[in-house]
Design a protein around this ligand. Structure first.
Ligand code: TZP
Ligand code: MG
Length: 231
């Protein structure tokens, strides 16, 4: 399934999609995603809570054509069946989705599987069960996802990173929720400890809803890779 060893995936700027027309400004999702990749997005998750299965597979195939062209991994949110149908690189699952062990059994050891974690216990379990990366959050409250369990802030993110580092885990980590150009460096800096830092940030609206998704991605990537001014 995967063309890229999960160990070498670049999580620096992780684009998570949203299919509501308001956030897309009625633009074509596939075009927005391609522009974002041209701007520097390093990995894409197709997250679509509204389309039916046939539409999900159809859009996922179009997205995969684009991500393959640019050699960027494509993951599907929630839906193992859609990932299998499309043959993309993996999935992202939450605490209420099919469990990681079953997802791994279905997708195989090459697939990239990420898990949303909000607590230290969830993070420890995901590491033990073989997640390739953790999506930590929600960091800040966001209109994009209002049914989140907890807002953990950068302090909560740091606690999770420290706990898994203590257990010697080398799992990749990104955080998600309310991250944009004005806070991304603070998020990277404040979440990290000497033991373990974030590998990147996962972002929906600051890219998808941006007037110019390519430019927004260029700016975000520069900030993620640069040294924070207050360092
Ligand atoms: N999971 C936790 S917050 C969130 C998801 C999918 C949405 C993040 O969206 P945004 O627009 O980057 O705040
Ligand atoms: Mg889910």
């Amino acid at each position: 399934m995967a063309y890229q060893d999960p160990k070498y995936v670049d999580f620096s700027l992780y684009l998570v999609t949203d299919s509501t027309s308001a956030i897309l400004r009625d633009r074509d999702l596939v075009e927005v995603v391609e522009a974002a990749i041209e701007g520097g997005v390093t990995i894409v998750q197709y997250r679509d809570k509204v389309s039916d299965t046939a539409a999900l597979v159809s859009t996922a195939k179009k997205l995969h054509n684009v991500t393959r062209k640019h050699q960027v991994p494509l993951l599907i949110n929630d839906r193992i069946d859609v990932a299998l149908a499309v043959g993309c690189e993996g999935v992202h699952i939450g605490q209420d989705d099919l469990d990681l062990t079953s997802a791994r059994r279905l997708l195989g050891k090459e697939a990239i599987i990420g898990v949303t974690v909000t607590t230290i216990a969830e993070a420890q379990k995901a590491c033990k069960d073989g997640a390739n990366y953790l999506g930590i959050g929600t960091v800040f409250a966001t209109p994009t996802k209002t049914n989140t369990k907890d807002i953990i802030g950068t302090a909560g993110t740091k606690e999770i990173l420290a706990a898994i580092a203590k257990e010697g885990s080398h799992v990749a980590t990104v955080c998600i929720g309310g991250i944009n150009a004005s806070n991304v460096q603070r998020v990277m800096y404040q979440s990290s400890s000497p033991e373990k830092g974030l590998d990147g940030v996962a972002i929906v609206s600051a890219i998808v809803a941006a007037k110019d998704p390519k430019h927004a991605s260029q700016e975000l990537l520069k900030l993620v890779k640069g040294n924070p001014p207050f360092n």
